[in-house]
Unconditional design. Sequence first.
Length: 364
Amino acid sequence: MNSNRLHSMFGSRRKLSRDDIEKYGQTSNQELKNDIEQNAMSDSFEQDALEGWEDLSYDTSVMSRLDQKFIAPKNFTWLWVTGTAITCFIVFILVEPLFNPKPIDQPIIAAEPNNLPAPPQQIIVEESDILISDEIEEMTVRPAQDQIKPAEIKSDYADRNPTLINEINLDVEPLPTLPIEENEATSSIVFPHKAAKEIYLYDFKLVDYRIYRSRPTIKTKQMVLTGTPANQEGKAMNDEEFTWKDVDVPYIDYINKSIRIFSQGNYKKALSRFETILKTYPNDVNANFYGGLCLYNFGEFQQAIKYFDECLNGPYSNFDEEALWMKAISLKDSGQKSKAKSIFQEIEDLDGFYSGQAKQELQK
């Protein structure tokens, strides 16, 4: 993690405090809420944190164990600073805190309410949301007027398919992967190549890989933080609670969260997650297409073109029109006008959704 990311979280600008979070959850004063929201809007990490605390009813006592773990006596100033930084870091980057009561296997014998142990609180922190590579951290988003924004993509999908599906449940045998044919052409789509079953999440089109892969999962790392209620504080803590552990997350859950992050315009975190998918499934058309859009919005045109080519050269044709159009736009914006013109002509000849826009580009 580079210094820019650390500065964005621990810089001189006023950050959300635990008191802010508590007040936000408890007050009915809309003006005060607006002030806190405006303060959070200046940083995407704090927006995520404020959103995440909603699932914990804005109760910051979940952090008490971290305080006990990391805040040392006054004569160990350096350790105190480190502990405080870690505590603040975990609070500010929370994306999707989960509140999961520990399951109880045996029936509870009637007892006085005050004698019942309070259930622990758990927060799951995902590595790909926090430890973003230096390469991605150093990318700078293009000016708003030059971006392809998520709202524009959803608008295109809606124009072509008014009936969007939010989620479907399928239980069929996986289909074999189609062979990939090598092709050196600059822009041509590679065949054999066919449309796969689709699913729409947050109104974004995706190939539903649940029916083409056997129990697809994404390999990543998670840290589970357990908060101890106030009446149980002081008990010994296990160092293993604060270490990353390898996990396999169901693909549908991982891509669902990734698309939500992309839809919010958080391209760095979204790209980090799409690249995590590609480590497991290099030809994943969903991760290649939306990852390519993130790269385009960073002005990383050559890398974006590679991602769009992966879509065009893969076994499924669901993103052919979009990927070919974005490849042409990327070539044009990178100064390769001759290659871009050739693809614009191909798009116009295909007489598809982007043919009219391609014709306009050829007339410029």
